[in-house]
Design a protein around this ligand. Structure first.
Ligand SMILES: [Fe+2]
Length: 222
């Protein structure tokens, strides 16, 4: 995870920086994930939001692109932030894996996760993924522990399957995400530019509280 304190960046400068980080050579559409709105998403509080990402609610841990294509890196650039609230949380799943007992590692190998959500924002559908995966570059074990999203604004349902007691086991892993030895919390300041590995780390955010002016640009990089 890298953080720069910086000047003001334009969208074109952010795109150029993001393309420089890509592990892919060639066309911009192969280097950066494009959605209906293009490669640069603006994330900010919307009082009329139909999806929790744009509300003031906390965002549970997840990885990006699960319902479509998974980017290698995420770039976040903070346009505005005021006081506390809306801190972004990162959980290191390689570290969690390393801390597990052999018995728990065996359980991880059998667990499958099925996620379902309606496409009210830019993503949606149904996917089934193994809990234990390997990092595409380092080949180290990573854990895909996206939490259920229990909200009135576009919930994400989850079914855990594979071994007896797998729901309870999954919940024990969710609790580990928030333990201080595995979690990093970033309190934003205007101008912060942060790049994170979308495979090794999961991310989420605290509720915005009074920090409703918090806004970002986000680019997803292959
Ligand atoms: Fe995200």
């Amino acid at each position: 995870m890298r953080i720069l304190k910086s000047k003001t960046f334009t969208d074109d400068e952010l795109i150029a920086h993001a393309r420089g980080l890509s592990t892919v050579t060639g066309d911009i559409r192969e280097q950066l994930l494009h959605w209906d709105f293009g490669a640069v998403m603006t994330m900010k509080f919307d009082p009329a939001a139909t999806n929790y990402l744009f509300s003031d609610e906390a965002v549970p841990f997840h990885w990006d692109g699960a319902f479509y294509r998974e980017p290698r890196y995420l770039l976040f650039y903070c346009l505005e932030s005021e006081g506390s609230g809306g801190e972004t949380l990162f959980a290191d799943t390689e570290k969690i894996w390393e801390s597990l007992s052999e018995e728990d590692r065996v359980r991880c190998r059998s667990v499958q996760l099925t996620y379902r959500t309606k496409k009210l924002a830019h993503y949606g559908g149904e996917i089934t993924v193994p809990l234990l995966q390997s990092h595409p570059e380092t080949k180290r074990p990573i854990l895909r522990i996206a939490e259920r999203v229990e909200t009135a604004l576009n919930p994400v349902e989850l079914t855990v399957s594979g071994v007896p007691g797998c729901e309870e086991f999954f919940q024990s892993l969710v609790r580990m995400l928030y333990r201080p030895e595995f979690m990093t919390e970033h309190r934003w300041e205007q101008g912060d530019l942060l790049v994170v590995d979308n495979f090794r780390y999961l991310h989420g955010r605290r509720s915005l509280g009074s920090n409703r002016r918090r806004s970002f640009k986000r680019i997803q990089i292959f």
